[in-house]
Ligand binder design. Structure first.
Ligand SMILES: *Cc1c(COP(=O)(O)O)cnc(C)c1O
Length: 365
């Protein structure tokens, strides 16, 4: 038996919608599933508009381009995130500026933002890491005070809420990913949500080669092809119909881990602030005393028992092409002492119990 960290849930509904899309011949980036997926995803986020794109990385790049953020500009983001947050910013020409994270929710610490603001700062990009939403109220307050945009990187947190309001509706815009291991998948895919009509139109225009609305094949900027296909959107529509089940199952999986792991000295699972609903993209396990070496050995041992895991993200400032000295002690420390454990819709309680038995055995060894 080998339990993977993640696997998509594909049912007859996804197959039916994809078959319909393919047999209709609308297999490129126009079609009814595109329109439906955008409309329904906007509703899901309680957001006025949604624009689907090829993946979650270009969703960030498109949002930055639509705000004219580029060369000479700075974007403040947490140092602990999947590297796409920084890479999309680098590709836009802007400079990622790394802030430290909160040790409880692992998202950007709102009190560690203000001292990084310069005259070049244009936006704050909080990341809702591993399914936990960032502390948006405090972040929006800092942004408001300094007239900065807030772009939520919500790639890992479909359905998470802050004081009952869903991510994707909290900043000036938000970006999502539908990669195969995310809470909702379209294989590859992404989305931008916003309430701003001008920004929405700018995104749509730049997504499709920046073609003039009045004059076909007349292009008024160097645009992109960041479109999603109708086939991917068909999968997305099916997944969105099931999203209530997806979210409930992830809560249940977390409760199973909690129950079967019990209390182990110095070991903790995901922590959730009382103002948040956690979308539990991935189960997080931390050991207070782990160094990176201990952690890597533990993952090797887990694999020997047939359990997949992955390390927390490395601080993005440490990537060799960035290699920047920054003062983010919490990101540096937390990064070393955490792993993610199997979290996916079809996971069963007996498997979680098995995983927890292996964990207990390894911790007691
Ligand atoms: C997955 C992810 C992305 C990128 O999404 P892709 O669809 O893989 O391009 C961006 N940011 C974060 C935080 C992610 O986890």
């Amino acid at each position: 038996m080998f339990i993977p960290i993640s696997q998509p849930s594909i049912t007859q509904k996804e197959i039916d919608y994809v078959t319909d899309a393919v047999t209709s011949t609308w297999i490129s980036s126009l079609g009814k599933y595109i329109d439906r997926f955008e409309a329904e995803f906007a509703d899901f986020c309680q957001s006025r508009y949604a624009i689907c794109v090829s993946n979650g990385t270009v969703a960030i790049q498109l949002a930055l381009a639509a705000y004219d953020i580029g060369k000479g500009d700075e974007v403040i983001m947490p140092n602990l995130s999947f590297v796409a947050t920084a890479n999309a910013t680098l590709h836009s020409g802007a400079k990622p500026v790394f802030a430290d994270v909160d040790p409880v929710n692992l998202c950007i610490d709102p009190t560690k933002i203000e001292h990084l603001i310069t005259p070049n700062t244009k936006a704050i990009m909080p990341v809702h890491l591993y399914g936990h939403p960032a502390q948006m109220e405090a972040i929006l307050e800092v942004a408001g005070k300094h007239n900065l945009l807030v772009i939520e990187d919500a790639a890992e947190a479909h359905g998470a809420t802050v004081n009952g309001r869903p991510v994707g509706s909290l900043g000036n815009c938000a970006t999502f990913s539908f990669y195969g291991n995310k809470n909702i998948t379209t294989g590859e895919g992404g989305m931008i949500t916003t309430n701003d009509e001008d920004f929405y139109n700018k995104c749509k225009y730049l997504r499709d080669h920046a073609m003039s609305k009045e004059k076909r094949y007349w292009h008024t900027a160097p645009g992109f092809n960041f479109r999603m296909t109708n086939i991917q959107a068909a999968i997305g529509c099916a997944q969105l119909e099931r999203v209530g089940d997806f979210m409930a199952k992830r809560q249940l999986i977390f409760s199973w881990y909690k129950k079967h792991l019990g209390e182990i000295n110095k070991v903790s699972l995901n922590k959730t602030n009382d103002w948040a609903t956690n979308a539990y993209w991935l189960i997080c396990l931390e050991h207070k005393d782990w160094t990176a070496t201990d952690r890597d050995q533990f993952m090797t041992d887990l694999k020997k028992h047939g359990v997949d895991s992955r390390p927390y993200f490395y601080p993005m400032s440490q990537m060799p092409y960035i290699n920047e000295k920054v003062d983010t002690p919490v990101s540096d420390m937390v990064s070393q002492r955490g792993i993610n454990l199997p979290t996916f819709f079809d996971l069963e309680e007996s498997q979680v119990k098995f995983i927890c038995d292996v964990l207990k055995q390894l911790f007691n060894a």
